[in-house]
Ligand binder design. Structure first.
Ligand SMILES: Nc1ncnc2c1ncn2[C@@H]1O[C@H](COP(=O)(O)OP(=O)(O)O)[C@@H](O)[C@H]1O
Ligand SMILES: [Mg+2]
Length: 225
């Protein structure tokens, strides 16, 4: 059975779709940091990663289609779309045919988000370090708690320096919430690579952004191994 990584966060613009695409692009083409326990094929050519786009806005699907149009090697990546209860069947089929499933959810706690969370081996919750984003995260965390799924919060668009960011991060850590060691900076590379249907690890492999994605990818896999 494929491991399922669900990216959820009620707040729009938190970075769900970006995270889904960059992680997928990395895992579709890379060998490093893949646990050698047979859960995920070591050879990227043998690996199948299914992207499930639950957001009716379809930005992850558009990224995927851009990738195909531009002829980026897409053999390891499969896309499925869906909404509502149909999603259950989509995910179950994908579980039989993939190594990994990455689910991108819509910005509201709809039925499909709940189902995405229910299937998750880990729920990744991106959030920006602003009070509004932290408040909005509560509803998502409640939903995850109800479904009793493991969660990993990831700070996104972290400014290079700033007291507010440090204060908020300290406060959340004190609340004993599972926060990823890896954080993602506020970097234009994240958006520009997606425009071309790629991920930063493909377009700018030696950039800081790519390092951040590789670190996070390893951290996520470690938690579901
Ligand atoms: N780390 C980052 N640095 C710079 N821009 C980012 C970063 N993460 C996301 N963005 C930008 O923020 C916007 C919202 O991101 P998106 O992934 O669509 O969020 P969501 O799917 O949660 O609504 C997009 O324009 C995206 O390019
Ligand atoms: Mg999105």
């Amino acid at each position: 059975m494929a491991k399922v990584i669900t990216i959820a966060q009620q707040k729009g613009g938190a970075g769900k779709t970006s995270l889904a695409a960059h992680l997928a692009a990395y895992w579709a083409s890379n060998n490093k940091g893949i646990p050698k326990n047979g859960a995920i094929s070591e050879d990227p050519k043998q690996r199948t990663i299914t992207l499930v786009d639950l957001d009716p806005q379809g930005s992850l699907s558009t990224w995927y289609e851009t990738r195909e149009e531009r002829g980026v090697d897409n053999d390891s990546l499969v896309l499925r779309k869906g909404a509502g209860w149909k999603v259950n069947a989509e995910i179950q089929t994908a579980q039989k045919n993939s190594d990994l499933i990455i689910i991108d959810s819509p910005p509201h706690s709809e039925t499909s988000t709940r189902i995405g969370i229910r299937h998750a081996d880990i729920v990744v919750v991106p959030l920006q370090l602003s009070p509004m984003d932290i408040w909005a995260t509560r509803a998502t965390m409640d939903l995850i708690k109800k479904e009793r799924r493991p969660v990993l919060m990831v700070f996104n668009r972290v400014p290079a320096r700033g007291r507010l960011a440090t204060d908020l991060k300290d406060r959340l850590e004190n609340e004993d919430l599972p926060i990823a060691r890896s954080t993602l900076g506020n970097r234009t590379a994240y958006a520009s690579s997606l425009m071309t249907g790629k991920g930063v690890t493909e377009t700018e492999p030696s950039s800081l952004a790519a390092t951040e994605i590789r670190d996070l990818a390893k951290e996520v896999l470690k938690r579901i191994r």
